[in-house]
Design a protein around this ligand. Structure first.
Ligand SMILES: Cc1ncc(COP(=O)(O)O)c(C=O)c1O
Length: 383
């Protein structure tokens, strides 16, 4: 897909340099159009064509299956967000006092609080500092015979550090440890393969690198791992014969639909499916290549800025789309505000300024963002 088409899909207003895909991404044009069309249809004819909506829902499940390389759509559930999916796992396991969960000290609260909540059942949460160069080994060393589950973000929201999922997954398999991956900071930015990583559970909301709306998430579960989760939410939609409203006896759905208790988020489904169609057209190999090209470009350009300190690892294989940095003697909150004032949309996270371009961001925009950082530092010095 040529760059001109990227500009068509992302007609961002007024010279905005949008480097905040690790927070909430803009929608492609086709997603806005899908939402408009869905709204118009609802006003015109309500749910007259509901079978068409169901077909769109089925399509989204297939798109998500393909995105994570799951073997079956039966392994894909749609949840409200990442936190809900993680909670389904955390609350579903039959913990025994003395069990432990291994994770990192860097997790976003969505991948910390549901596990902290299990400590009231006598479960220990081991939060491991993952320092370079061997973050995986630090996690592996923290596991012992009482470890029931290892949970990590594929890419850390603050530092942007990317973990080797295959290495961790292989260890978990060997030791019978459940492996849970919060993939929100990598899915849609770099390729994902649940079979290769051996993950038992993978979750990601759609509003970051997947370019969709907030409030609709993927929850992948491996069948054997899924069967180990006790359910806490019930309704018409999570049973084997969903839609047969007269049947009074019921069985839990064999598929991951068991995690979806009621009516689906049809509006979100139409939107996310449109966003994913763009990712599919470009292909995850090309998207990963472009995302890494951009984060490396940013890293290299920023290296020349006096006083720079990267919070993101230097090795390319250790990062995805996030570059986080601070500047000596410069308050990152202030630098962040200065960048926002210059229309460089970014975030203040993990003690630094976090920039997160996507595949369609132009290198010229990255040059302008780096120039803004330099200007802000110069302006501070001359005061
Ligand atoms: C690593 C990580 N997990 C989860 C979330 C968001 O979770 P949810 O989808 O529950 O809002 C974020 C958002 O910043 C995140 O960075």
């Amino acid at each position: 897909m040529p760059d001109a088409l990227f500009a068509e899909e992302f007609p961002q207003a007024g010279g905005l340099i949008y480097l905040n895909h690790a927070a909430v991404a803009p929608w492609p044009l086709r997603t806005a159009e899908a939402v408009r069309a869905f709204a118009a249809e609802n006003t015109r004819s309500g749910a007259q064509h509901y079978p068409r909506w169901l077909a769109r829902e089925a399509r989204l499940r297939e798109q998500l299956r393909e995105l994570v390389n799951a073997t079956s759509v039966d392994d894909i559930a749609l949840t409200k967000n990442t936190s809900e999916a993680i909670s389904l796992v955390a609350e579903g396991i039959d913990w025994q006092a003395g069990d432990n969960i291994v994770t990192t000290t860097e997790e976003f609260p969505s991948n910390r609080i549901p596990w902290q909540a299990q400590t009231q059942r006598g479960v220990a949460l081991r939060e491991v500092r993952i320092e370079q160069p061997g973050p995986e080994q630090a996690l592996i060393d923290a596991c012992d015979r009482a470890t029931r589950l290892l949970t990590i973000s594929s890419v850390q929201y603050g530092s942007g550090a990317r973990l080797d999922l295959e290495l961790l997954g292989a260890h978990c398999r060997k030791r019978g440890i459940l492996f849970c991956v919060d993939a929100i900071q990598s899915l849609g930015a770099i390729a994902c393969d649940v079979q290769a990583s051996g993950a038992d559970f993978v979750m990601a909301d759609g509003h970051k690198w997947l370019l969709g709306p907030e409030g609709l998430a993927l929850f992948y579960s491996r069948p054997e791992a899924r069967d180990r989760l006790r359910l806490h939410q019930f309704g018409w939609h999570m049973v084997e014969a969903a839609g047969n409203f007269d049947q009074r006896d019921w069985r839990i759905a064999h598929s991951a639909q068991r995690f979806e208790c009621g009516s689906p988020n049809m509006l979100g489904i139409h939107a996310l499916s449109a966003s994913l169609s763009l990712l599919q057209e470009i292909g995850m190999v090309e998207i990963s290549r472009r995302v890494l090209e951009r984060s490396t470009y940013l890293y290299e350009r920023l290296t020349a800025v006096p006083g720079i300190r990267f919070l993101t690892p230097g090795e390319e294989r250790r990062r995805a789309g996030i570059i986080n940095f601070s500047i000596a003697d410069c308050d990152p909150a202030r630098l962040h505000r200065g960048l926002l004032d210059r229309n460089v949309i970014c975030a203040h996270r993990g003690g630094g300024v976090r920039l997160s371009p996507h595949f369609y961001t132009s290198l010229q925009e990255l040059d302008r963002a780096v120039a803004c950082v330099s200007e802000l530092i110069d302006a501070r010095k001359s005061r």
